[in-house]
Each structure stands twice: as C-alpha cells, then as structure tokens.
Ligand binder design. Structure first.
Ligand SMILES: Nc1ncnc2c1ncn2[C@@H]1O[C@H](COP(=O)(O)OP(=O)(O)OP(=O)(O)O)[C@@H](O)[C@H]1O
Length: 222
C-alpha cells in the first residue's frame, strides 16, 4: 500500500501541496480538483516521478523512490511524453527490455495487452501516424505490458472518443491492479471506491464519489 505522511511539495517560492497524510488502500481511487490545484503533482509523487520536499511517500512501509518507480506505472496526460519508438510493437517492447525476457515472452505479452484493449490492429503502425486517441491507448498498453502493481493515470481519457473512452474505462474496471486516476471527467469516477478532492494544496474532501463530487460541484465558482 502507498502511504503519504506529512507530505509537502514546494517548487521555487510556491507551496503546491502541504500536510498530506494518506493511506491508499482502495482498489480504485479518483483525484479531482480545479486546474492548478496540485492533482498531477500528487499523482507524480505516487510513482516517484517527483520527490516530496517534506514528509515521506512509502510503499508497504518502505521508503519510496526506486520501489515506487518499479511497481507503480504512470500513464501521462499527453501520450507523446510516453511513446518513444517509431513502431507500436517496438514501443511496447521498450520497457520490457530491462526485464530480460525471451523474445517469445515479449511477443506474448505485447499480443495479450493489445488484444485486451482491442487494439491489435495497431501493432505494426508507425507511432507518429497514430491519432491522439490511438496514442493514448498505446500509452496505457505500454504501462500495462509491464504488469505494475499500481497504475496511476493523469487525465488519460482527454483525447478519446465516446467508444474508446468506454472501452478504456472497461479495461480499467477489469484490471486486477490498484488504479489511481486524476480526471476532470467526473462521470468516470462515479463507481470508484474513493475520491480525493484537492484544493489549496491539501485534501479538501475524501470519501465516496457521490459525496466528494457533490462537494466539488457545490463549491465551484466559475
Ligand atoms: N516545477 C514547478 N515550478 C513552479 N510551479 C509549478 C511546478 N510544477 C507545478 N507547478 C505549479 O503547481 C500548481 C499545481 O500543478 P499541477 O500540475 O499539480 O496541477 P493540476 O491540479 O494537475 O492542474 P490541471 O488540472 O490544470 O492539470 C500549478 O499552479 C503549477 O503551475
């Protein structure tokens, strides 16, 4: 389980997060809040992409850092930050290189993840020619192929059309892994186990989706 104890993040003069204490036990956790409230910063702490300025982020009680990076997959908002190789199957094989698997195992893992997301037809496509939504699916596949224990997703559905969003969320629901997802699309979090509302650098509300989303909507001054 990922835990945050007394976590604060300061960048330059700005205090972005402060006094965050969390134990993330639930299977599916959503993170919501206004633009610039600190959601992505919190998400990046969860897989060690960012280090806290104060406090500790731990995985199963052990200091984060390397363990978090190894066991927590991260799906970026912009898939171009994640896709590095020119052909889809090469890109999916990239992360697997460090695991020293045989060629057959690599192929089997890639085929399985493409099949699971209904995107086997993209296997041999040039990554730079993919549409935004196709890239977003490949970015998710690139994380899933590594079989992480926890998957953190930062607004992963922004480029997806209706059908792909449905397919994407079905895939998320079917995962055995724990999922932590930042989203402005509140409907997507309705059946999650827990939602965190971030405001003014802290956790403003924390609980079942309906109550937390209602608090967020009621407090929105546009
Ligand atoms: N390295 C940095 N230096 C200074 N400010 C930063 C840095 N990184 C993030 N910030 C600021 O911290 C605040 C929180 O950023 P963050 O990306 O976590 O917000 P967010 O809630 O994910 O926003 P959005 O919904 O717009 O994606 C923003 O005001 C951002 O400009």
């Amino acid at each position: 389980m990922i835990e945050l104890q007394g976590v604060g993040v300061t960048r330059g003069e700005r205090e972005i997060l402060s006094g965050i204490d969390l134990a993330l036990a639930e299977r599916r956790i959503g993170i919501i809040g206004r633009n610039g409230s600190g959601k992505s910063t919190l998400a990046r702490l969860l897989n060690g992409l960012e280090a806290p300025t104060r406090g500790r982020v731990t995985l199963d009680g052990k200091a984060g850092g390397k363990a978090l990076r190894r066991q927590v997959g991260f799906v970026f908002q912009n898939p171009d930050n994640q896709i590095v190789y020119p052909i889809v199957h090469e890109d999916l094989a990239f992360g697997l290189k460090g695991l020293r698997l045989g060629a057959e195992e690599v192929r089997a893992r890639i085929d399985a993840v493409l099949d699971r997301f209904g995107i086997s037809h993209l296997r041999n496509r040039l990554t730079h020619e993919l549409s935004g939504g196709e890239k977003q699916m490949i970015a998710l596949a690139g994380v899933m192929v590594m079989d992480p224990r926890v998957i953190v997703l930062d607004e992963p559905t922004t480029l997806l059309d209706l059908c792909n969003k449905r397919r994407f969320m079905e895939a998320i629901r079917a995962l055995d892994q724990q999922v932590v997802m930042v989203s402005h699309d509140l409907d997507l979090l309705a059946d999650f186990d827990r939602v965190l509302l971030i405001a003014e650098g802290g956790i403003r509300a924390d609980g079942p989706p309906a109550a937390v989303i209602a608090e967020y909507v009621a407090g929105a001054k546009c």
